[in-house]
Design a protein around this ligand. Structure first.
Ligand code: ADP
Length: 542
């Protein structure tokens, strides 16, 4: 390039400058050695030597230039004592035809190369640093929103849905951030709805009287209500995810689950849970033919069963109690019909027995009716009842009985505040207690105490009778319970008296207490509150 440029320059300036001036001028200017060589190899001028130089026809670069090619060579110059790089070019016009050769010492090229390498290194380093900075800025621009999205996703996975990513980017990242915000909003809404529905469901489940649990097809508990935890006897335990077969060992429940699973129908079964009677309903949970699990409802029916048993016991007791006097009446009627009627003495005795049995039947039926009436009453009839007057009536009714060996003693407060109740019920209560005291006392006295005490109507009936053994005390208030059956019958007892008393006491939220010593006597104490707030403590005190 340099040779071509100097060649053209030389040909252009030839007419104004001689050979030596040209090589001198441009050698200094360009920092090169310039040689002009004739076609025959004679050196016409050389910038670095003044003397005549030998013919250069054999120089490699000159040979190549004369052959029309660009000539290049690196060689030691004996003339100048240095290694040079030569570049020669054939040039010609009407005034000159020959070769222009330029040469540079190799050490200078090396120096040039070195400085070039340094420059390239510096530029490369600069470019590298610029590229690094630009790529950092660009990557920050891209990665920052991604980092924000990642952080937001982590927060969502921790259950925090109230987050949004702020970006003004319009590119893909911006779209991603906006889609993410939309997704978070939807998620928040969905989760909110689910939480609300869950609360409603839980409220519904806990208000259900029975124990409820849902299990998946493998028996894992998916949800349950408070009563379920109470029934299992470990209310504090978290049963979610537990295996029902490990938590509950109940034959009836297992059978129910197996049946509902195998037949895909609801099943209702009854069984026992310790001391409790339970009813189980198992319903398969299915979604478009896919079995999701089972819903199990367990109800405690102990009370219902007890009531049913009580009722059936009561019916059989009543039947039995009715049967005895009826059989007796029937027998005596038959005997009379078969001839006893002819004997007036015998006939009279039999008729008396029939009369007693009929009376017993009538009392029994009256007591049964009374008991069922009291039991069926949810709220008692109340009126302002003159207690002193009721006591007076009871004395008039039962007083005549106490003519023999048993005396009636009373300790009645002269004025007792009116008690709000059904006066017939209060009368029943007093009659039953005083009549019992009379019936089970052979000698001595029966004492009736009645007063107002601590805002309660206090009634005490004590006797000096046969007393009741400790083991019977807790049972005497049961229907038809008698300590001595034949004695009670003989006395005209129905076995319902104390049961009626207990029900009346409970009707008015009162309490009854019994104390007895065999052979010494019995005390029944009744307390009926004037203010009937709660019924929690009502019943028999033992
Ligand atoms: P009954 O009609 O047989 O008297 P109650 O229910 O009134 O039935 O009484 C139940 C049982 O309690 C009686 O059969 C009797 O054995 C016992 N009893 C009740 N009151 C007394 C009492 N004052 N003294 C001794 N035993 C009594």
């Amino acid at each position: 390039m340099e040779a071509k440029y100097l060649g053209d320059l030389f040909l252009a300036e030839l007419d104004t400058m001689d050979y030596h001036s040209f090589v001198k001028k441009y050698s200094t200017k360009e920092g090169l050695r310039i040689t002009l060589i004739a076609k025959d190899g004679e050196v016409l001028a050389d910038s670095d030597s003044e003397g005549r130089l030998e013919n250069h026809r054999d120089r490699e670069e000159v040979k190549e230039a004369l052959n029309g090619k660009g000539g290049f060579a690196t060689r030691y110059s004996k003339t100048l004592g240095k290694t040079y790089c030569y570049s020669a070019l054939y040039i010609e016009n009407e005034m000159f035809s020959g070769v222009i050769r330029i040469s540079v010492p190799v050490e200078k090229i090396n120096l040039l190369n070195q400085s070039l390498v340094h420059s390239i290194a510096a530029v490369s380093l600069f470019c590298f640093l610029v590229a690094l900075a630009v790529s950092y800025v660009l990557s920050r621009k891209i990665t920052k929103p991604i980092e924000e999205i990642t952080e937001a996703a982590e927060k969502i996975s921790d259950g925090n849905y109230d987050i949004a990513i702020y970006t003004e980017e319009k590119n893909q990242i911006g779209r991603l951030a906006r889609a993410f915000n939309q997704m978070t909003e939807n998620l928040q809404e969905t989760v909110g709805t689910l939480v609300k529905r869950n609360i409603e469901l839980e409220a519904m489940l806990s208000s259900i009287h029975g124990a409820v649990a849902a299990i998946d097809e493998n028996g894992i508990i998916m949800f349950y209500n408070v009563r379920f935890a109470q029934l299992t006897g470990n209310p504090g335990k978290d049963y979610l995810g537990c295996q029902i077969y490990q938590e509950i060992q109940n034959q009836a429940i297992f059978e129910g689950i197996a049946f509902a699973k195998n037949n895909q129908v609801d099943i209702m079964k009854e069984g026992v849970w310790g001391e409790k009677s339970i009813r189980i309903v198992v319903t398969p949970l299915a979604d478009e033919n896919k079995i999701l699990g089972m819903l199990i409802i367990i109800e405690d029916i102990t009370k219902i069963r007890k009531l049913e048993n009580l009722r059936s016991d009561f019916v059989s007791n009543v039947t039995h109690e009715l049967k005895t006097p009826l059989t007796s009446i029937r027998g005596f009627v038959d005997t009379l019909r078969n001839g006893a009627v002819e004997d007036p003495k015998v006939a009279m005795r039999f008729l008396n027995i029939i009369d007693i049995e009929t009376e017993r039947l009538s009392i029994l039926i009256q007591d049964i009716l009374l008991l069922s009436e009291i039991e069926s009453k949810q709220t008692p009839d109340v009126e302002s009842c003159n207690v002193n007057k009721v006591i007076q009536e009871v004395m008039e009714l039962l007083g005549p009985k106490f003519m023999g060996e048993v005396k009636l003693v009373t300790e009645i407060q002269p004025y007792i505040r009116p008690y709000y109740c059904n006066s017939d019920r209060l009368k029943e209560l007093l009659i039953n207690l005083v009549d019992n005291a009379y019936k089970y006392t052979e000698k001595g006295m029966v004492k009736l105490v009645c007063k107002e005490s601590d805002n309660e109507l206090y009634i005490r009936v004590e006797d000096t009778g046969i007393g009741i053994e400790e083991e019977h005390l807790s049972r005497i208030f049961e229907r038809f319970y008698r300590v001595d059956k034949s004695r009670s019958r003989k006395q005209g007892g129905t076995g319902l008296g104390l049961s009626i008393v207990k029900h009346i006491v409970e009707l008015y939220n009162g309490r009854i207490h019994v104390e007895s010593q065999v052979g010494k006597g019995t005390i029944f104490e009744t307390r009926l509150p004037y203010e009937r707030g709660e019924s929690g403590k009502a019943g028999v005190d033992r």
